[in-house]
Each structure stands twice: as structure tokens, then as C-alpha cells.
Design a protein around this ligand. Sequence first.
Ligand SMILES: N[C@@H](CCC(=O)N[C@@H](CS)C(=O)NCC(=O)O)C(=O)O
Length: 215
Amino acid sequence: MKLRLYHYWRSSSSWRVRLALARKQISVEYVAVSLLDGESESETHRARNPLGFVPVLEFLDEKDPNRRYLTESLPILEWLEETRSEHPLLPRDRFDRAIVRSLAEIVNSEIHPLQNLTTQLHYSDDPEKRKKWTQHWIQSGLEAYETISQRYAGNFSFGSEMTLADVCLYPQLYNAKRFEVNVDQFPTLARILAHAETNVPEYAETHPSVFEPKT
Ligand SMILES: N[C@@H](CCC(=O)N[C@@H](CS)C(=O)NCC(=O)O)C(=O)O
């Protein structure tokens, strides 16, 4: 069965899935869906995801004429983890797994939906107000992440291997920079990011700059 990922170069939840696919060395066909020109809102894309969001993972099975899609990055990541055991993204111990999931949820639930373009546009027409709103949620979420990870981090958010937490954190730190939140105020997170930038090949391979349209 082949996999196809509908994604957008700068979408942080898309980047989470790209990171996990790269870490697990799973081949995938990438299809870009623009969030800026109405493509994600189109009938064609809403048939894949009624919310009009990316990422969407499509299962291409020649024996199954029905198209199957998986939406929401965390369930996609969990599906990859459950079906491909190589390079696990969760630790073995059950408590440790819950810690990793709670770090991932800080990004996924407490920051990401509030920084999303649709949320921002619904909140205000004023770009300055939108920026301050987004900075607020990134700041409070990353403060909590920093506090928890101080206890558990090695070169990664939890110990010495990449987990689901890092898969969520790296794109979130990219967004923090986009919204001018200073990452250096979070010493553990800044260290984790520096390690990724120099030592984690999947980070560079899946970085938004690789997928940015060149025109
Ligand atoms: N909870 C979803 C969020 C998906 C999501 O919000 N994707 C964003 C890009 S990061 C999107 O498609 N936004 C479209 C928009 O805001 O119009 C997930 O984790 O996959």
C-alpha cells in the first residue's frame, strides 16, 4: 500500500508528519495544497478533509476502490507509530509515554489551534492584534513545555531519542520565530533546537525551506 501526504510547506502540523515519515524511513508521495489561494477550501480538498486543513494522509490501495484518508496529525503520527515499529517515537515505559504525549499536546492543543490562520482571521482584522494574540499563546505554551522538559530532556525533549514531542516541538519553534517570540528565553528548548539543526538529519530533510515553492 502506498501513502500520499497532502501538505503545505509552512504548515507546522504537516511538518510533524513529514518528520515522523522521515524518521521511520517510510516512502510517501508529497502533494502540495496551498492554504493561501483557496485550494485547501476547495470541494476537492474538503472531500479529503471536511475542515479544509492539511495534513491529510491518503492510503493508495489498488485492491480497494474506495479512497481512504486520515486527518489530524496526532492520530496520523499514532497510526505510523503503531504500524511501523522501526525508530519508535514513544518510549517503552507507560508513564514516560504519557509524558511525551502531554508535551506533544501542549503544542497540539494549547498553542497550535490558537495560532492557526483561520483562528487569527476570525479573531481580528487588525494584524497587530492578531500577532499579539498569537505571541501570547506561543509564550504561555512554550513556558509550560520548558518547565516540564527541564526535568526530562537530553538532546531531545525526552531523553536521547526523537519522540512525538520533538516532532511537535521543532515546527512550533519555527512558528515561534515567525511570530517573533524569542526562543532563547527557553534554555532547554533552545538547546534541543540547536541539537536538531546540527545533528538530526530528518530536521533538515523535512524543513519547510525544502518544500517552499520556488516561483
Ligand atoms: N489539529 C490539526 C490541525 C491542522 C491544521 O490546523 N492545519 C493548518 C496548517 S498548520 C491548516 O490547514 N490551516 C488552514 C487554515 O488555517 O486555513 C492537525 O494536527 O492536523
